[in-house]
Design a protein around this ligand. Structure first.
Ligand SMILES: O=P(O)(O)OC[C@H]1O[C@H](OP(=O)(O)OP(=O)(O)O)[C@H](O)[C@@H]1O
Length: 254
């Protein structure tokens, strides 16, 4: 099944089904415009296929917008992931695949959802570096990084970040002296969490520090990170990056 998307000059999005069949939309999903693209395609497809119950509809989202906003942060503020997932649910897909969501709340809020794991990308980085120790940067990342470490038979050093009087304090729970370390997490916004952690790992004698994140925003570039992180591994779920400092695994043609 194929479709095309057009944008009107005022920003309106419209979809046209070119060829019918099972529907499988593969999209970053990292903008509100992408969500409306999905809705337009699905609406056009539904209109063509109201009577054909044998066809299936699948949505694959590589970097869901709002996945970090998995709770109402403050009174009087909107719960954005709830709004986004409610909108996706109105489209009634048979299956919705989400690549490495920030937390399980995303999967709980989306009907018929399934996680696409980050394992194969971490494995590639792990082999490329030469079997480093995995480092989970916070409590949120511990569970998924622990699962990966078990599968790879890799050592895992958990670390934790707490704020004392607003200042981040990092505690590393293991020995990293003379070791190669690979920090594994879901996303980098600015990347400062990892810069501080890498500095601490190097203070404790780490030979080198690498970073893997599935969703690579890096909104402030790489200059600061280069001071303490040797190389970055990520997917292109959020955007394409053209920089020798970054190895990007392609999940979407874009
Ligand atoms: O690039 P940075 O700006 O340093 O941010 C990256 C961190 O932010 C995200 O966690 P977040 O703080 O949103 O997790 P939470 O659910 O614990 O609030 C993400 O999982 C990273 O750990």
């Amino acid at each position: 099944m194929t479709y095309e998307i057009k944008n009107f000059k005022d920003g309106q999005v419209t979809a046209k089904i070119i060829e019918s069949g099972d529907l499988h939309i593969k999209i970053r999903g990292n903008s509100y415009e992408d969500l409306f693209r999905i809705a337009s395609i699905k609406e056009a497809w539904d209109n063509e296929n109201t009577t054909n119950k044998k066809l299936t509809t699948t949505l694959t989202i590589y970097c869901l917008i709002g996945q970090r906003s998995d709770r109402r942060f403050n009174d009087l503020e909107s719960f954005d992931l709830k709004i986004i997932t409610s909108f996706i649910n109105t489209m009634n897909f048979d299956r919705v695949e989400i690549l490495h969501p920030h937390s399980s709340i995303t999967l709980a809020l989306i009907n018929n959802s399934k996680e696409l794991k980050n394992y194969e990308y971490v494995k590639k980085a792990y082999s490329d570096i030469g079997y480093p120790v995995l480092v989970s940067p916070d409590a949120g990342a511990y569970k998924t990084t622990h699962e990966i470490a078990e599968k790879l038979h890799a050592d895992l050093v958990p670390s934790n970040k707490v704020r004392i009087n607003g200042v981040p304090v990092i505690s590393i729970q293991g020995d990293v002296k003379d070791k190669k370390c690979l920090i594994v997490d879901d996303l980098a916004d600015g990347g400062r969490t990892f810069k501080f952690l890498a500095e601490e790992l190097k203070k404790q004698g780490a030979e080198s520090v690498f970073l893997y994140v599935t969703h690579a925003q890096f909104n402030y570039g790489f200059a600061e990170l280069k001071e303490s992180i040797d190389h970055v591994y990520c997917t292109n779920s959020y955007k394409n990056i053209d920089d020798d400092y970054v190895t990007q695994y392609k999940v979407i043609d874009a």
